[in-house]
Every structure is written in structure tokens, then in C-alpha cells.
Design a protein around this ligand. Structure first.
Ligand SMILES: C[S@@+](CC[C@H](N)C(=O)[O-])C[C@H]1O[C@@H](n2cnc3c(N)ncnc32)[C@H](O)[C@@H]1O
Length: 287
């Protein structure tokens, strides 16, 4: 399988990694070791976006769906329940192993969002739930989704709202800014680039989609205690986790203490933590 992590000739890219191979490897290593903590820490949050994501795709009961960056398989599970035939695709072998274990009988394959291992015009719909933020070249992935869509097909993706609204990200980024040391991680695209609805529409249109639409969806991160928040980022994410794991121990300790205090502000009446984490849902059609 040829890899197309960077741009190909003729692409006019706006949001991309300046060192795509290094960023891709950094992300891959991160996800390979984040599987269980991701599923335990983030599953109840990212799976809340699945219904609106699938509603936007307007699937029929015989639709063929490709779910890219499928993780533990939340989208594949719901789409299968709606009668669709689904393939989940993720570049992390460990993530695919987990998805197969959680959903025996569903199909998950290993592959890169930026070089999809499928023929042109194979699927009625392509989805990507919180995958765009982890790609060295998101616009190449949008283009690949367009290529594998049938003529009437539709593509939909979600990303996090800006950190001032997705407050969990706000809390961790403020703490890193306050106590973090300058650590080096490979350059990646702007994490919050597609948090701006206008940029989603421009990117989708530039790549070749028609009639792009964007809406904000309200998600809420429920944690049993404030102590679960930092480990969810530290061990359960690739990019933010990588930034935290490279901190010297004292800086890491301060960041952890700071976010624990911030997160206490979101204690609900039943003692659990409820953090507002809205997301941006964007979708568009091929023809
Ligand atoms: C934040 S998780 C989202 C998982 C899942 N879609 C969900 O709804 O929770 C990001 C996923 O993208 C996958 N991923 C990151 N870069 C990828 C790439 N280039 N190609 C395919 N999958 C990728 C990771 O392995 C991880 O499973």
C-alpha cells in the first residue's frame, strides 16, 4: 500500500504538518499504547457524537459505510444497528484488535486515512469521529474520502470545539502553559483549525465536496471523580498525552494538580464530574 502522508503535486494545502512522517510516527506510537485508557476514559464522551454524525450522513438501511479512524468501534456499532454494512479502518493495529474484541462479528481493518486501501466509488458514506485532529495531512484524508465515495455519497466528521468551549481542553492547555516546560514534539497541523465552522466549509469545498454544512453538538464528559481527568489525557491520547509524557516530573506533577483543582469546579450534585465538551460536526456531499 502506498503511503500519502504529505501532499501530492498540485495540492494547495492550508492546515498540514511540516514534518509529516515524524508526526505520523509520533501519533501511531501514541495510539498503539493508548487503547485501553482511551476506551475507558474517552469512550463515553466521543460515542455521544455518533448519532448526530450518522444522522448527518442520512444513511439508508442498505448503505455501505466506511468509518475512518474507527478507534474502538463506536460508530461501526451504531451504524450496524441501523442496518448498514460497515468497515472500520484505523492505522493502529492495537486499536483494531480492541475494536474486534469489543465488537466480534464487525469488520475492522488496519489502514491509513490518508491513503485508503479501497477502490474509487466504493462507499455510500464515509465518517470520521474525532480522527481529523490526528492526521499529518487532514485535507489529503478528505480527498481520499471523496475518492472512495459513490457519486451520491456523503462525508461527515467531528472535531472538538475551541478550548474556550470544550472546557476539558481549556483546562489542560492552560495548565501546560502555566507549568509546562518547553518540550519538543513533531510539528502537527493546528489542532483547533476545524473548530472554526468557516474553515470546515472552505476545506471541504476546496477538496471538491458540495453543499458543506456545520453544526455545534453539545457533549458532556462524565467522570466518576476529578482524579480520572489527567490520566485520560496522559495515557489515553497521542498528541496531548505525548506533550504531557515529555514533561519533567515536577512540571507534570504541577500540571496534574492544577487540572485536578480546575476540574473540581465541574462537580455535579451526585458527586461525579461533568465537563462541557461541545464538538463541531461538518458534512458535505460528493454530488
Ligand atoms: C480520538 S480517536 C477517535 C476514535 C473513534 N473514532 C471514536 O469515535 O472515539 C482517534 C483515532 O484515530 C486513529 N488514527 C489516527 N491517525 C490515523 C490515520 N492516519 N489513519 C487512520 N487512523 C488514524 C487512532 O488510532 C485513533 O483510534
Amino acid at each position: 500500500m502506498s503511503r500519502q502522508i504529505g501532499a501530492s503535486e498540485g495540492d494547495v494545502l492550508v492546515n498540514y504538518s511540516k514534518e509529516p512522517e515524524a508526526f505520523h510516527e509520533f501519533e501511531l506510537l501514541g495510539w498503539e499504547s493508548a487503547v485501553d485508557q482511551y476506551h475507558d476514559g474517552w469512550g463515553n464522551l466521543t460515542s455521544q457524537a455518533v448519532r448526530p454524525l450518522l444522522d448527518a450522513l442520512n444513511l439508508g438501511t442498505t448503505s455501505r459505510l466506511l468509518d475512518v479512524a474507527s478507534g474502538p468501534g463506536y460508530v461501526a456499532e451504531e451504524a450496524t444497528a441501523r442496518g448498514c454494512s460497515v468497515i472500520g479502518l484505523d492505522f493502529s493495529a492495537n486499536m483494531v484488535k480492541k475494536a474486534r474484541a469489543v465488537h466480534p462479528g464487525l469488520e475492522f481493518r488496519i489502514g491509513d486515512a490518508q491513503s485508503l486501501p479501497f477502490e474509487d466509488e466504493t462507499f455510500d458514506a464515509v465518517s470520521m469521529n474525532f480522527g481529523m485532529l490526528h492526521l499529518a495531512n487532514p485535507e489529503v484524508a478528505m480527498k481520499e474520502a471523496l475518492r472512495v465515495l459513490k457519486r451520491e455519497g456523503c462525508f461527515a466528521f467531528t472535531v472538538w470545539a475551541p478550548p474556550e468551549e470544550a472546557l476539558g481542553f481549556g483546562a489542560i492547555l492552560r495548565a501546560v502553559e502555566k507549568y509546562g516546560e518547553n518540550v519538543t514534539v513533531p510539528h502537527g497541523p493546528d489542532f483547533f483549525f476545524y473548530s472554526k465552522p468557516e474553515e470546515c466549509k472552505i476545506a471541504l469545498t476546496t477538496v471538491g465536496y458540495l453543499a458543506p454544512k456545520v453544526m455545534l453538538i453539545d457533549l458532556c464528559w462524565r467522570l466518576a471523580s476529578a482524579n480520572e481527568f489527567f490520566p485520560a489525557f496522559y495515557g489515553g491520547t497521542a498528541r496531548t498525552g505525548g506533550l504531557l509524557r515529555r514533561q519533567p516530573p515536577e512540571a507534570r506533577r504541577r500540571i496534574e494538580e492544577e487540572v485536578r483543582q480546575t476540574v473540581e469546579e465541574y462537580r455535579a450534585k451526585d458527586g461525579s464530574i461533568e465537563i462541557p465538551m461541545p464538538a463541531v460536526l461538518a458534512w458535505a456531499s460528493k454530488a
